[in-house]
Design a protein around this ligand. Structure first.
Ligand code: UVW
Length: 312
């Protein structure tokens, strides 16, 4: 990674030495209002995948899906089971989940990935030990993410119901896709890319992970420069890791995580369900909208589950 990104652009220091939210700083009040201008119909779309989907939860290899455990239900008040007694006879259901904060639909904290001993803004990677002291999900969650979102339906643009394993595309392809949709990617847009690749997870089950290599954006210096010039605050996709898993040229894994997140401070959002939104955009040809997301405030967290909302 160090060799590949030796001369890569950086936004370290741009928002001061204490910054922990990076390119989300571009999402000012004006950007919120720019997004609001695209609310035309009052229709609402939620982008989170179901935690505990009976058909399975797609996660990055090595992670496990969230486990939900029922703690209290009506059976606790069956004779002899000793459910808590309250005046008036109140019964209630309680449950808990044991989950990777990077499982399900999620926001990554800027300190989630690194190389060369430094995380976003030049903080020492040792600040991650035992939890992220710097660039955790907490400051991102404190500010929230609101702006103009643009859906780039790459699967539809390529005429596919789902993109292929290891299929790549570039920032130029994104612009071509936007053009075909009759829109232009603007500075500070939250970019939302649909591949529908996870349909293959639901079709193939465990075999989905054989030769695991998701489709997605592929690293090039020009692409990274484009993200910096366009001042993109947030990249949102429906894949597990937002970029082609292994760069076909260098063989490096997830270089855009490092070039975009660690170096430019672009926040990544993964494993979204974009199907209903994409269907609607194709029907009414409105591909820009208000995008809103509020990850959970988790102290020291390297990510957080989220249910992003699009309003058209
Ligand atoms: C890794 O960083 C490995 O995965 P993700 O960003 O998809 O959580």
């Amino acid at each position: 990674m160090t060799d590949l990104l030796a001369n890569a652009p950086s936004n370290w220091g741009k928002w001061g030495p204490d910054d922990e939210v990076g390119s989300l700083n571009y999402l000012t009040a004006e950007e919120v209002l720019r997004g609001v201008q695209h609310v035309k119909q009052g229709s609402v779309f939620t982008l989170q995948r179901l935690i505990g989907d009976p058909n399975g939860d797609p996660v990055w290899p090595g992670r496990t899906p969230a486990e939900r455990t029922q703690i209290l239900d009506e059976s606790n008040w069956d004779e002899g089971n000793g459910g808590p007694a309250f005046p008036g006879g109140l019964h209630y259901a309680d449950d808990k989940i044991n989950a990777f904060l990077q499982g399900s639909t999620q926001y990554d904290a800027l300190g989630h990935v690194w190389y060369g001993g430094k995380i976003w803004n030049g903080y020492d990677a040792r600040t991650t030990i035992g939890g992220l002291d710097k660039a955790s999900i907490q400051p991102i969650a404190e500010r929230g993410i609101v702006g103009r979102g643009i859906l780039l339906d790459m699967a539809r643009f390529r005429g596919k119901s789902t993109m292929d394993t290891a299929e790549t595309f570039t920032h130029e392809d994104l612009q071509e896709c936007a053009k075909a949709q009759g829109v232009t990617i603007e500075k500070h847009d939250v970019i939302i890319i649909r591949t529908n690749y996870l349909q293959q997870f639901f079709e193939k089950g465990d075999a989905f992970y054989d030769g695991f290599c998701e489709p997605g954006l592929t690293y090039s210096p020009e692409l990274v420069q484009w993200f910096q010039d366009m001042e993109i605050p947030n990249l949102v996709t429906d894949t597990i890791a937002n970029e082609v898993t292994t760069d076909p040229v260098s063989g490096v894994a997830l270089p855009l995580h490092c070039a975009l997140m660690r170096n430019l401070g672009v926040t990544l959002t993964e494993i979204c369900d974009l199907e209903k939104l994409a269907e609607d955009c194709a029907a009414d040809n409105q591909y820009v909208f208000l995008y809103v997301a509020a990850p959970l405030k988790v102290a020291l967290g390297s990510g957080s589950p989220v249910n992003p909302v699009v309003i058209k």
